[in-house]
Design a protein around this ligand. Structure first.
Ligand code: SF4
Length: 274
């Protein structure tokens, strides 16, 4: 997984260590016990909770959750950052953070009127990875990876397998298409989550889009500032700032997702980019 920021070495190997389970339980329950590495987004990714066994040690689960986790394999498998898990009310099965992160049995009950591609993206894709449904705007799907997999995701058909990001030849085709359609003035970079990519890869994509004269608006759609706010570092903000004006569409689903981490300095700076 060379392509994923997750595989990059964090600032110190100590910070990169996968936490032992009992430590993780303590960090989640007791904020004052958290080590400095808690604030390292790579540590958070390495310590994502991805199995029933691991989650059971950290939070009491309902039977429906246990069944849901067992079924959530492959695409949109469970992956929860320790940070996001720490926002969950462990005693409340109806906690809104919990319902977004922990699969439940009901998720696998699919009615005949439900659609695999509810936004009709696949049928409006002139080149792979690009959706052009409205005349003046287009959507670039650059990765299938996210920090946390939201149980309500409308792209569950394509996210969660953590493949490498859009390869350069495919990106070239998308750029060629956008250049050929002068009506496109607004591009949304999405996924998956674009902020899961290495900063330099994301910069390369943004730089090439910024060079297209008829593109007035470049947007990045992300939930990373909500589920992995540590990723919004000064370095990332400095890179994004070079391409001002950029618009970051941050998807908050509930007020309980707003914490001191989501509102800290680099995150506020990022919010001010536009
Ligand atoms: S971050 Fe977005 S793309 Fe990823 S699982 Fe959540 S809703 Fe889906």
């Amino acid at each position: 997984m060379e392509w994923l920021s997750i595989s990059s070495e964090p600032p110190s190997s100590k910070a990169a260590k996968v936490a032992v389970r009992s430590d993780l339980a303590e960090y989640i329950e007791c904020p004052s016990s958290r080590p400095e590495s808690w604030n390292d987004w790579r540590w958070q990714l390495k310590n994502r909770i991805t199995s029933l066994e691991a989650l059971k040690d950290l939070i009491p689960l309902t039977r429906r959750e246990e069944e849901g986790i067992k079924r959530a394999t492959g695409r949109l498998a469970m992956a929860i950052t320790p940070y996001f898990l720490s926002l969950i009310d462990r005693q409340d099965p109806k906690c809104p953070i919990r319902k977004q992160a922990i699969p439940r049995l009901e998720e696998f009950s699919v009615s005949s009127c439900e659609m695999v591609d509810p936004c009709g993206e696949d049928s409006h894709s002139p080149v792979p990875g690009l959706v052009h449904r409205y005349p003046d705007r287009a959507l670039l799907i650059v990765t299938d990876s996210c920090a946390m997999y939201c149980r309500y995701c409308t792209r569950k058909r394509m996210v969660g397998e953590e493949h490498p990001p859009m390869p350069i030849d495919r990106f070239d085709d998308a750029i060629k298409y956008i250049k050929s359609k002068k009506s496109i003035r607004d591009i949304l970079i999405s996924g998956g989550d674009p902020l899961m990519m290495k900063t330099e890869v994301l910069e390369d994509y943004i730089k090439r889009l910024r060079a297209i004269p008829h593109l007035e608006v470049i947007r990045i759609g992300t939930r990373v500032p909500v589920t992995l706010p540590m990723r919004v570092t000064g370095e990332l903000v400095a890179m994004l700032r070079k391409y001002h004006p950029l618009y970051i569409s941050i998807h908050f689903s509930h007020p309980k997702e707003i914490s001191a981490k989501t509102t800290s300095r680099p995150r506020i700076e990022a919010h001010r980019l536009c």
